[in-house]
Design a protein around this ligand. Structure first.
Ligand SMILES: *Cc1c(COP(=O)(O)O)cnc(C)c1O
Length: 396
């Protein structure tokens, strides 16, 4: 018999759990977009968004999803015929590169596979091979493999080699979950979106850019009026921020989400994500003592604090996912980019998101439902996972 009725937990890596406060802030009549509250509310977003990104430079909001933010960044920063060095650590790194390629950019790809972060040696080789590359594209957290890349290290390497490329980073999964400091880490372009750590419905893409990127983009031959970030950053009239009608209700939601992050404090937000992730890893380490369970990323220092990719023996990943949804009210994410979609092997992989509006009882509850599911389905697994997870929380 199902025990799924009750509040469901959508633990896929986006859209993430939306706080009632965010949803309630959106439930209201249309505001005037020519004067009054909406204009002030929008002005209040910029400093908070920049604080979240760790930048004092430029922030823009596009009405669109993460793919829109990718394209906005690419069409401002890259030109037809330019070379972009792509350091791919999972499906999303390839996706951003494909977008650039379709805009006429040459891609110099280094593929780090599906279970490892970027490493210094191969990054150095990639940079040396393309001394005139216009940009380096990398994901901070790749949501498919759930690897977290060391952006600070990459910047240091680029500086050591005197490489002039723009450093462009995809933080769509990590913003508001994993620590990120755009200015301190020397990042030139950062893209993000509303529906993951920022706890707001899908529909807003964020593009942050440095003064250097802004200057470089002046010579771009790819930016149409709608995507041009200068028009938005310099908006003389309110409508220019969005190049048309503002996404009013998303902005009400975003305002509330940023207020919640400010109230909690960014350090506390990062800490919460770190401890919840450690609880997941502790459970994973226990499960993997017996049977086929494995966490995708071996090195804890290279694991995301926002989402964790896992596997069993096919088809047990899919069986477990279904059981959790049908019997526990918990929806896990499917595996992405780990095996050809639809192949038997794809049924080995799944992901647990712990991003955004998530707390101890939600993560412990998710782990407990997964543990129950493995027992119910007769999937071999190590014992003591819940004990290990609760200890991680207790120590946090
Ligand atoms: C979700 C995600 C994307 C794609 O965002 P969409 O809103 O689905 O277009 C890109 N990159 C990363 C790292 C993501 O997590």
């Amino acid at each position: 018999m199902s025990l799924a009725n009750g509040r469901r937990y959508l633990a896929t890596p986006g859209p993430s759990v939306m706080p009632d406060r965010v949803l309630n802030a959106m439930h209201r009549a249309a505001p005037n977009i020519y004067e009054g509250e909406m204009l002030q509310l929008t002005e209040s977003l910029w400093p908070d968004l920049k604080a979240l990104a760790g930048t004092r430079q430029h922030a823009t909001i596009y009405i669109g999803n993460g793919h829109a933010a990718w394209e906005a960044a690419n069409s401002n920063a890259l030109r037809r015929g330019d070379t972009a060095i792509v350091l791919a650590t999972g499906r999303f790194g390839h996706g951003w590169a494909e977008n650039a390629q379709q805009l006429g950019v040459e891609i110099a790809l280094t593929d780090f596979g599906t279970a490892a972060p970027i490493d210094l040696e191969r990054c150095e080789a990639a940079l040396r091979a393309q001394p005139n590359a216009r940009a380096v594209l990398v994901t901070h957290v790749d949501t498919a493999t759930t690897v977290r890349n060391n952006i600070k290290m990459l910047r240091r390497l680029m500086d050591d080699l005197n490489h002039p490329a723009l450093l462009m980073v995809d933080c769509i999964a990590s913003l508001g979950c994993d620590e990120f400091r755009m200015d301190d880490w020397g990042v030139d372009v950062m893209v993000a979106a509303s529906q993951k750590g920022v706890m707001t419905p899908p529909g807003l893409g964020f593009v942050f850019f440095s003064e250097k990127a802004r200057a470089v983009a002046k010579t771009s031959d790819r930016r149409s009026p709608y995507w041009n970030w200068d028009n938005r950053a310099d908006a003389e009239h309110f409508y220019m921020h969005f190049y048309g009608t503002a996404p009013t209700h998303h902005l009400f939601g975003l305002r509330e989400a940023l207020t919640m992050i400010t109230e909690e404090g960014l350090e506390a937000v990062f800490h919460r994500h770190r401890i919840l992730a450690q609880a997941v890893w502790a459970a994973g380490a226990a499960w993997s003592q017996e049977g086929a369970f494995a966490l995708n990323i071996q090195d804890p220092a290279a694991r995301s604090h926002a989402v964790t990719a896992m596997r069993l023996a096919a088809p047990d990943g899919t069986r477990l996912r279904r059981w959790c949804e049908d019997h526990g009210g918990l929806t896990l994410g499917v595996g992405l980019g780990m095996a050809p979609p639809g192949s038997p092997q794809a049924d080995a992989f799944f992901r647990l998101a712990h991003m955004g509006h998530v707390n101890a009882h939600m993560t412990l509850g998710a782990l407990a439902v997964m543990d129950a599911g493995m027992k119910a389905l007769g999937i071999a697994h190590g014992s003591g996972a819940l004990e290990a997870a609760t200890s991680a929380i207790a120590q946090g």
